[in-house]
Design a protein around this ligand. Structure first.
Ligand code: NAP
Length: 286
C-alpha cells in the first residue's frame, strides 16, 4: 500500500495519465494532480473526465510528496531545473518513468541530488503503440514489471516506499542498477522493436502483399506500429547497450541465410528448436 498522500504527475500522456487514472481507481484517498504544458491539453483532458490537470506547475509540485516525471527523457532535465527552482526538497521524492535509466540518473538524478532532492528511477514495463491521455488506462500497470534504479544510493526505506507505490498500481517491482536495466531492456525490448521494424519493412516491401498476410506477420511486426519519434529517442539514448545484441541478431540472420541456402536442414532445425524452447518458456514464465 502506498505511503504517499499527494502525487504530482508531470506530463499528461499515456504513462502519466495511466498513473493518474490508476491512482483514482485504486487509491481514491490519495490526492493526484497532473501538470500539462498547454491549456489546450488541460481542456481536452477535462473533457475526457479527469478534472485534476492544470498548467500550474507550482500547484502540482508544491505539496506533492511524490513527483513523477512522465515526459520524454530528453524533456526531463528542464523539468528537473524547474523542480529545483520551485523549492522542491525535504521529504519530497522524485521519480521518472523513462524507458532508459542511465541517462535520467545523469541528467536528472545528479542535479536533483546536488540540490538535496531525492530521486529514484522507475521504468514500468507497460505501454502501448498509442500515445497521449486518450490512450491511458487505470489498469495499464496491472501485472506489469516495473524496474527501479537507485544509482543515487538512497536508503532501502526510500526504495521500499517506491516499490510499495508501484505495487499499489498492480506492478511487479524489481530493483537493479541503471546500467543493468539499460542492457536488459536493450535485449528484451529495444532490439525486438528494431526486429519488428525489419519484419515490417522486409515482409511488406510490396505493401499490397499485406492483403494476404495472416496472424503471424501481424504478431511479429505489431510493435513496429509504435511512435517512430519516441523509438528514435529510446534507441539513441540506449545506443551503447543496443548495438551489441543488434549485431548479434544480424550475425544470426546471416548464419540462417547461409544454412537455408546451403541446405543444412539439421542445423537450421536446431536453431529453430532452440528458439521454440525459449519462446515457450516465456509463456510459462508469465
Ligand atoms: P506520450 O503519451 O507521448 O506523453 C508524453 C507527454 O509528455 C505528453 O503529455 C507531452 O505533452 C509531454 N511532453 C512532451 N515533451 C514535453 C516537454 N518538452 N515539456 C513538457 N511536457 C512534454 O508518451 P508516454 O508513452 O506517456 O511516454 C512518457 C515517458 O514514459 C517517456 O519517457 C517514455 O520513455 C516512457 N515510457 C513509455 C512507454 C510506452 O510504451 N509508451 C512505456 C514505458 C515508459 P503534450 O500532451 O503537450 O504533447
Amino acid at each position: 500500500m502506498t505511503e504517499f498522500r499527494r502525487v504530482g504527475i508531470l506530463g499528461p500522456g499515456l504513462l502519466g495519465g495511466s498513473i493518474a487514472l490508476g491512482m483514482e481507481k485504486l487509491h481514491p484517498k490519495v490526492g493526484v494532480r497532473m501538470w500539462a504544458r498547454s491549456a489546450q491539453r488541460v481542456s481536452e483532458i477535462a473533457a475526457q473526465g479527469f478534472s485534476h490537470a492544470t498548467t500550474d506547475f507550482d500547484l502540482v509540485v508544491g505539496d506533492a510528496d511524490l513527483i513523477i516525471l512522465a515526459v520524454p527523457v530528453g524533456a526531463m532535465p528542464d523539468l528537473a531545473k524547474r523542480l529545483i527552482a520551485a523549492g522542491v526538497g525535504g521529504e519530497q521524492f522524485v521519480t521518472d518513468v523513462g524507458s532508459v535509466k542511465v541517462l535520467p540518473h545523469e541528467t536528472v538524478g545528479a542535479p536533483l541530488k546536488a540540490a538535496g532532492i531525492r530521486f529514484l528511477g522507475s521504468h514500468p514495463m507497460a505501454g502501448s503503440d498509442q500515445s497521449g491521455f486518450s490512450a491511458a488506462s487505470p489498469d495499464l500497470f496491472e501485472g506489469a514489471p516495473c524496474i527501479l534504479t537507485n544509482d543515487g544510493g538512497l536508503p532501502d526505506d526510500d526504495v521500499n516506499r517506491l516499490v510499495a507505490f508501484w505495487s499499489g498500481l498492480g506492478a511487479r517491482a524489481a530493483v537493479m542498477t541503471g546500467d543493468e536495466h539499460d542492457h536488459l531492456v536493450a535485449r528484451i525490448s529495444h532490439v525486438p522493436h528494431v526486429m519488428a521494424a525489419i519484419c515490417a519493412l522486409v515482409a511488406l516491401e510490396n505493401e499490397e502483399d499485406g492483403h494476404f498476410a495472416g496472424g503471424g506477420l501481424r504478431d511479429t511486426s505489431r510493435v513496429a506500429g509504435g511512435d517512430p519519434a519516441m523509438w528514435r529517442e529510446i534507441l539513441s539514448e540506449n545506443k551503447a547497450a543496443v548495438a551489441g545484441p543488434l549485431r548479434q541478431g544480424a550475425e544470426l540472420m546471416q548464419r540462417l541465410a547461409d544454412l537455408i541456402e546451403g541446405g543444412k536442414e539439421e542445423a537450421l532445425e536446431a536453431v529453430l528448436e532452440e528458439a521454440q524452447v525459449r519462446r515457450r518458456r516465456l509463456d510459462n514464465d508469465l
